[in-house]
Design a protein around this ligand. Structure first.
Ligand code: SF4
Ligand code: SF4
Length: 203
């Protein structure tokens, strides 16, 4: 196994190109990304810290960092970095690597459950269906949520690609396994992150 930088370049290079991933090493820790990060204002996410951890090959630390999952992929840092570091795409690749090793956050896994059950990360709710009906529309838009045979095809893709195993999805109960334990851990981490944020760690 190479360094985490090697893995970022190898894994992310397939999608974004190796050159783009190599910009990680151009980070000079100026902090502009962190200063403009909307998520970092209310969470412990410190974008430049993630990149420093990656540069220093702090594999376990970065894969276990709850804040890795607090990025909303808004691309503000990507636009503002004076060194051209492809911040958001690098974070997405680090997440993919972390997920492959079983470190995906519970909220992200739960979005996967919605997708597996309905074909949508954000399925339509009964309230929204009522609103559609009151407007004279079909309560269900023409999506996988309405057409079950399409949903089955979608679920086949998830099975074939192993996404169900990645989020530890149980087809019998149509939910996650071990959610409670992991949720508690996540909740603790989030509280810890919040208090760190309140301590004014932002630099
Ligand atoms: S703005 Fe760019 S160079 Fe500055 S800390 Fe962030 S990633 Fe590094
Ligand atoms: S893309 Fe993520 S890390 Fe960058 S500014 Fe937006 S929330 Fe912050």
């Amino acid at each position: 196994m190479g360094t985490i930088e090697d893995e970022i370049i190898e894994c992310g290079g397939e999608v974004f190109g190796e050159e783009e991933m190599e910009t990680l090493m151009h980070c000079v820790q100026c902090g502009k990304c962190t200063g403009g990060c909307p998520s970092g204002r209310i969470t412990a996410l410190r974008t430049r810290k993630l990149f420093r951890m990656a540069q220093m090959d702090m594999r376990e630390e970065i894969f276990n960092a709850p804040e890795l999952w607090f990025c909303t992929t808004c691309y503000t840092c990507y636009e503002r970095c004076p060194k051209g570091v492809k911040c958001t795409d690098i974070i997405r690749v680090i997440r993919n690597l972390a997920a492959k090793e079983g470190h995906m956050s519970v909220p992200h896994r739960k979005i996967g459950v919605y997708a597996l059950k309905t074909g949508h990360g954000v399925p339509i709710t009964p309230e929204q269906m009522k609103i559609r009906e009151s407007l004279g529309l079909d309560p269900q838009p023409p999506t996988t949520q309405k057409y079950k045979e399409q949903l089955e095809q979608f679920q086949t893709i998830f099975r074939e690609t192993g996404f169900d195993a990645l989020i530890d999805f149980d087809w019998d109960t149509m939910s996650l396994r071990e959610t409670e334990t992991k949720t508690e851990t996540d909740t603790e981490s989030e509280s810890e992150s919040k208090s760190k944020s309140e301590e004014g760690e932002k630099k």
